[in-house]
Design a protein. Structure first.
Length: 87
């Protein structure tokens, strides 16, 4: 079984680039999801810049909440668009 995609270039250059680079975009999003998951799981936040008058634990909790919010959004959008991170 074969599938052939045809594009009228240069008019459909964007669509062509999207089709050709689809795997790269998939890999990027998959890597981003894994990075977010690891950061949330291990919570190693040595790089957080201290803020005067704010306890480090409060900053760490805010950071984890922000990471989780971004990851939830990413996964919700993947689901809503009927996409998958599975290969």
């Amino acid at each position: 079984m074969k599938a052939i995609l045809k594009f009228n270039l240069p008019e459909e250059q964007y669509e062509f680039n999207s089709a050709v680079n689809g795997c790269q975009w998939h890999n990027l999003i998959s890597d981003l999801d894994e990075k977010l998951r690891q950061e949330i799981k291990h919570q190693n936040f040595d790089g957080i810049t201290p803020v005067a008058g704010v306890e480090p634990q409060v900053l760490e909790n805010c950071y984890v909440d922000a990471l989780q919010h971004v990851r939830d959004y990413l996964l919700d959008e993947i689901k809503d668009r009927s996409l998958t991170l599975d290969e």
